[in-house]
Design a binder for this molecule. Structure first.
Ligand code: ZN
Length: 455
């Protein structure tokens, strides 16, 4: 049996944070002790131990919203480079989105992704399935025959990279009636966007100023789409996760809807908490993402929502594109930014600015995303769970470097973020130490329990 004792750590969980020790046995947490409760785990001479000297131990981040671009778009990024950036940034598990080529819309495409990831992923890997207007029977088959094989069902209510738009009412009703699996939505109203886009193009041609991005992918487009989806989820009792919420009005709608359907949850990304539309003049294409980043007022509302629990999870929405693709005129510049490696640092910076406790970070980045998808053994510092951790000094400054990003740039470049990562552990083994991969990470395939059966 392989055993390791981590002692004098600041153990960070949603429920409690305090000094303590963790005993790892065969890749799992076998015992956890909080000193302030008088608990200890005695040293055993034959068991190697590491004194962490008060460094924080958090459950490894579980990022359920990444676009690693493989297969089919690997000039932008791939599972190897994406999972490497993830691991270096404290993300030990990821669930990748279906807008690849071919799109992940059936069991065969799903298994092909697992096959690729098993050979090259450096972090634990899982995949969502994508909904189209023609694959609902296949999704229902997978839900009943192999619910453990995919995270959730991704629906693009507004178009983005990969053209997987689905906004047909009867297909959405059928989809939102599925039980036991989470529906994750990209929520923007396609008709409003199309109208705004046509207006901008008639005024500017291809060279639409990037400052208009939040007026084209407008707040009205987000609000209308999210209001419709919430209405449908309340009516049909859907397990709905609203991705990358970007406006104050959506926060209010979600807060209210949760009172009627407790299966409604919401995500935002660190980008919407740190940037605002005032950053478009300086960052232009490098902040072009969908939904657009909105006003400082929205940013404040999202920060309040993170604190009060209306926002349940932080995903990165890591969506790499080449620099030369980003330098094209507005109409051909793809939307999306790389972020999987910066997400935890960015969130720690927000937490430091707003006085948000570390335990809340563990909740939104690890515990709740794992629970929402029913990921077996992941996301918690708890006996019996997998020993996937990030060990860090949360107060130390972190300055993102473009060379660490898989596509060679990051909107966070040069910003003062927080959290120096000392080590990252996967299945009880130290995989990253002081910014270097020191052993082949013990990455494995995620397994999903039906979300209505997960405690
Ligand atoms: Zn996305």
């Amino acid at each position: 049996m392989s055993r390791t004792l981590l002692k004098n750590a600041l153990l960070v969980t949603g429920a409690r944070t305090g000094e303590g020790s963790i005993l790892i046995e065969d890749g799992k947490i076998s015992s956890i002790a909080f000193y302030d409760s008088g608990e200890t785990i005695p040293d055993i001479p034959s068991v190697p131990s590491e004194d962490l000297g008060g460094l924080a131990v958090m459950p490894g981040a579980v990022d359920i919203h990444v676009h690693f671009r493989e297969p089919g778009l690997t000039h932008k990024g791939d599972i190897a480079s994406g999972s490497r950036a993830a691991l270096m940034g404290g993300v030990t598990s990821f669930v990748d989105m279906p807008n690849t080529i071919p799109p992940t819309t059936d069991g065969a495409a799903l298994e092909e992704k697992y096959r690729i990831a098993s050979a090259k992923s450096l972090a634990n890997y899982g995949f969502h399935i994508g909904a189209t207007s023609s694959n609902i029977m296949e999704i229902k088959r997978l839900c009943s025959q192999s619910p453990e094989s995919f995270g959730g069902i991704k629906v693009f209510l507004g178009s983005s990279t990969g053209n997987m738009l689905l906004n047909d009412c009867s297909a959405l009703d059928a989809l939102f009636s599925i039980k036991g699996k989470c529906i994750l939505i990209h929520s923007e109203d396609e008709n409003i966007i199309k109208y705004n886009m046509a207006k901008a193009v008639s005024a500017y041609g291809d060279a639409v100023p990037f400052t208009l991005h939040p007026l084209i992918r407008s707040r009205e487009a987000c609000i209308k789409s999210t209001a419709d989806a919430l209405e449908r989820a309340m009516r049909l009792g859907t397990r709905l996760h609203v991705l990358h919420v970007s406006t104050a009005e959506e926060v209010d709608l979600i807060r209210t809807a949760k009172g009627y359907n407790q299966g409604i949850t919401a995500e935002t990304t660190a980008g919407y908490l740190l940037f605002s539309d005032e950053d478009y003049p300086a960052l232009g294409p490098f902040l072009k993402c969908n939904p657009a980043i909105k006003s400082p007022r929205d940013r404040e509302a999202l920060r309040d929502a993170l604190r009060d629990g209306t926002i349940d999870t932080i995903g990165s929405d890591h969506a790499p594109h080449l620099k030369e693709e980003k330098l094209r005129p507005y109409t051909s510049c793809p939307s999306g930014v790389p972020s999987v490696g910066d997400s935890l640092h960015a969130l720690l910076a927000v937490a430091a600015q707003d006085g948000i406790p570390l335990g809340r970070i563990a909740e939104v980045m690890s515990e709740t995303p794992a629970r929402i998808l029913g990921i077996k053994g992941k996301g918690q510092l708890k006996e019996g769970f997998d020993a996937d951790f990030v060990v860090l000094d949360p107060d130390a400054v972190s300055v993102p470097d473009a060379s660490d990003s898989p596509c060679g740039w990051t909107p966070y470049e040069g910003m003062t973020l927080k959290g120096r990562i000392h080590s990252v552990w996967l299945a009880g083994e130290k995989a990253v130490s002081n910014g270097n991969i020191i052993s082949r990470p013990l990455a494995s395939r995620l397994s999903f329990i039906r979300s209505d059966q997960f405690q």
